[in-house]
Design a protein around this ligand. Structure first.
Ligand SMILES: *Cc1c(COP(=O)(O)O)cnc(C)c1O
Length: 406
């Protein structure tokens, strides 16, 4: 069974984790699909590695690999030089294990009462930022007889997760005591930056100062100097060399989306192309009101195309009369309301047929909008667009051109 068995069930052209396309499988026709170029992912990991020399790389594949299909993405990242994977939830990490991924995985967002025995048995590393977390992790380790590798999280100024500076020394002491007993191994010390996407923001340097102080406290209390220290997300990886420490944790940039759009694309290549096939094409007279509420009315006789994707698939309703797609060779704006499952485009007098492909966004090679263009016109960030593409849209992975070389 291919390693990425779980994505194969959702992908029309199944791929294994090495990115080789199973050409024996016939492609099903689906109304829409998100094509993911694993060659682009490997290229992006290469670009990031160039910014992170001397540091390990943990590719972040939370939220189903930012909507790109976590198992296939994990395989491509590991192949291209990432050594670890990161997820938010334990369930996401366990899903990767079930798909056959054997690399170290850190899951950092756990709540009291979760099935941590599974984490111990499947060798998932966990984050801890409070006494209850160390207690529950240690209990799972004792029950299973399997010590758990723990990354202690300190809040250095984001005021989200992590132990406060005040609570940090006692958390470290507690972890050291449990480590002495053999239930956990302190594998890492880590934090997260609040303003990395604004490289000039003064909070960035202040957070490193706070991180260094926390590291010094841990060192004084007797934590091994071998622990992995990590704080950098994508934006910090490409703009803030002092934040690299022992490991970087890029997510967004792995998928080829710019973590600091105002500074360009950093040589990254968008991995996802979202396509749909026209479900209906027809001529309508001038004065035709389109979709719910008639928010678009044709000003002449024209041809309409029906795109079978809607807000249930992550096409935000605020894209009504706003976002553009590439259809019949030109950019077209969504005409009228985005519905749950579909929206309409005005093709003018250009010819098109049902079944023709429309590109919603992609790397831009064929003149299609980029995900960044969608984010700009919707007043959001690319993260939100790719992670909201719904489960009805199959992710189709292709090996792509291997720019990394093997
Ligand atoms: C999501 C996340 C990352 C990756 O962030 P990007 O901005 O996508 O690179 C890294 N670390 C943590 C803790 C995260 O939640």
């Amino acid at each position: 069974m291919p390693v990425a068995a779980s994505i194969a069930s959702r992908s029309v052209g199944p791929t294994c984790h090495t990115g080789k396309v199973n050409s024996a499988t016939t492609r099903l026709v689906t109304p829409a699909e998100a094509r993911v170029d694993l060659g682009a992912v490997r290229h992006n990991i290469g670009v990031l590695a160039g910014h992170a020399e001397g540091a390990e790389m943990m590719a972040i594949v939370k939220s189903d690999g930012y909507g790109h299909g976590a198992a296939a993405i994990a395989g491509a990242c590991l192949e291209a030089g990432a050594s670890r994977l990161g997820t938010a939830l334990l369930s996401e990490a366990l899903t990767l294990r079930e798909a056959g991924v054997t690399a170290p995985i850190l899951a950092w967002l756990i709540t009291p009462g979760e099935p941590l025995d599974k984490a111990a048995l499947r060798e998932i590393e966990l984050s801890a930022a409070a006494p209850w977390a160390i207690d529950e992790i240690a209990a799972a380790a004792r029950r299973t007889g399997r010590p758990v590798r723990v990354h202690l999280k300190v809040d250095t100024g984001m005021s989200r997760g992590g132990a406060s500076a005040t609570d940090w020394p006692s958390l470290v002491k507690q972890a050291l005591a449990v480590q002495a007993e053999g239930a956990i191994e302190i594998a890492g010390i880590w934090s997260h930056l609040a303003c990395a996407d604004t490289p000039e923001h003064p909070a960035n340097k202040l957070q490193l100062v706070a991180f260094d102080e926390a590291l010094a406290v841990a060192d004084e209390l007797g934590v091994s100097s071998g622990v992995i220290r990590h704080i950098a997300n994508s934006a910090a990886t490409v703009t803030f060399p002092q934040a690299r420490y022992d490991m970087v944790r890029p997510g967004l940039a792995t998928y080829g989306l710019s973590p600091v759009p105002e500074r360009g694309d950093f040589g990254l290549r968008p991995a996802m192309t979202l396509v749909a096939r026209l479900a209906n094409v027809k001529r309508v007279p001038a004065g035709s009101g389109i979709s719910y509420g008639h928010l678009y009315v044709t000003d002449r006789e024209t041809t309409l195309g029906l795109v079978p994707l809607g807000y249930a698939d992550g096409i935000m309703r605020s894209g009504t009369n706003r976002v553009e797609v590439l259809a019949a060779g030109k950019r077209r704006r969504v005409a009228g309301r985005v519905c749950m499952d579909q929206f309409v485009i005005d093709l003018g007098d250009d010819s098109a047929d049902a079944g023709d492909e429309v590109i919603l966004f992609g790397p831009g090679d064929r003149g299609e909008p980029k995900c960044q263009d969608w984010a700009d016109s919707l007043g959001t960030i690319t993260y939100e667009i790719v992670t909201r593409i719904g489960s009805r849209v199959p992710r189709v992975h292709s090996a792509g051109v291997d720019s990394v070389g093997r």
